[in-house]
Design a protein around this ligand. Structure first.
Ligand code: HEC
Ligand code: HEC
Length: 264
């Protein structure tokens, strides 16, 4: 093998190794090989161990004090015992979880897991005792818009704005409700993600919730002239990949230059 080929091979393997490092939890997720052959509960258990246990504890009972992991994550997070499919499904389908730092606000992005993986994780985490609430089944078509408007103004608009377009509150960005499905609105009202308060069935009944959803969906999805191009949903993986492709081109150019010099 010529020296030039050797250098090229070395650089290529460095590229591959750096790529593998990139796939670690900091920016992406780890998955078991041959995952479609695993039974769902087993797949869920392995995905949990690889992507969640650093912060939520090996057995899902939480990690109160920060603990440094081998991936360099400062692991810390609440217990997932008893939160149920309602919460796990919400946090995964909104792309809120996994986060890379415990004090980061979870934000909506394209989920890092496939539908199969999400179902497996939901199944596994909600199988840990005690049992928690299931994914809700709201009926916004039964709701009353006028009542929804009133309840939304009273309980939600302080943070989300009457038009459900979001904003900022002390210590948190408040998302618009444009991307939230009826199920996700129902989930968030009962869970109270991050700094959002949770509302019990005594505060807001399921019937009232149907009205709130009917109003929120109408208000948020009414056409608004936002202007510009929505590139906000790409997420860190895609952004990282873009950076990476630039770096790869530069490295290959360097390779070619070295090759040319060696030949001359
Ligand atoms: C004190 C402020 C506050 C109030 C009051 C509040 N929210 Fe929120 N809400 C938030 C914040 C902050 C988030 C983002 C949570 C996160 O990033 O983890 C959020 C997230 C959500 C989401 C998820 C949106 C997405 O796409 O990420 C929905 C849906 C939602 N809220 C609906 C409601 C409804 C309906 C009400 C009233 C019943 C309400 N909220 C009341 C602050 C609030
Ligand atoms: C870097 C640490 C970290 C990682 C990794 C992480 N989480 Fe979290 N998780 C947190 C923190 C911190 C919160 C609290 C945030 C909040 O209140 O919205 C949280 C909240 C949650 C909740 C809401 C719990 C509740 O009380 O309803 C669920 C569900 C969840 N995480 C699931 C997961 C799953 C599943 C994974 C793996 C795919 C994961 N998390 C990975 C730190 C982490």
């Amino acid at each position: 093998m010529s020296l030039r080929r050797l250098i090229l091979a070395a650089v290529l393997s460095a590229l591959v190794l750096a790529g593998a490092a990139y796939a670690q939890p900091k920016n992406g997720v780890v998955r078991p090989s041959g995952e479609t052959k695993l039974p769902p509960r087993e797949l869920g258990s392995q995905l949990y161990a690889g992507n969640c246990s650093a912060c939520h504890g090996i057995d899902g009972s939480g990690q109160r004090t920060p603990r440094k992991t081998t991936e360099g994550i400062e692991g810390q997070g609440p217990s997932l015992r008893g939160v149920g499919a309602r919460s796990v499904d919400f946090y995964l389908r909104t792309g809120y979880m996994p986060i890379s730092e415990p004090d980061e606000q979870p934000v909506r992005r394209r989920p890092l897991f496939s539908d199969l993986e999400i179902r497996a994780l939901v199944d596994y985490v909600s199988s840990l005792p005690p049992p928690g609430p299931p994914i809700p089944k709201p009926h916004p078509e039964r709701g009353n818009l006028a009542e929804g408007y009133e309840l939304f103004t009273e309980n939600c608009a302080g943070c989300h704005q009457v038009a459900a377009q979001g904003g900022v509150t002390t210590g948190a960005r408040v998302p618009p409700l444009t991307d939230a499905s009826a199920v996700q609105i129902a989930q968030s009202v009962r869970i109270g993600p991050y700094l959002m308060p949770r509302f019990s069935e005594r505060q807001i009944s399921d019937e009232e919730l149907d009205s709130i959803i009917a109003y929120a969906e109408l208000a948020a999805k009414e056409p608004v002239d936002e202007g510009g191009w929505g590139i906000g949903h790409l997420g860190p993986i895609t952004e990282g990949m873009v950076t990476w492709y630039f770096a790869a081109v530069v490295l290959v150019l360097v390779c070619l230059m070295i090759g040319r010099r060696l030949r001359a």
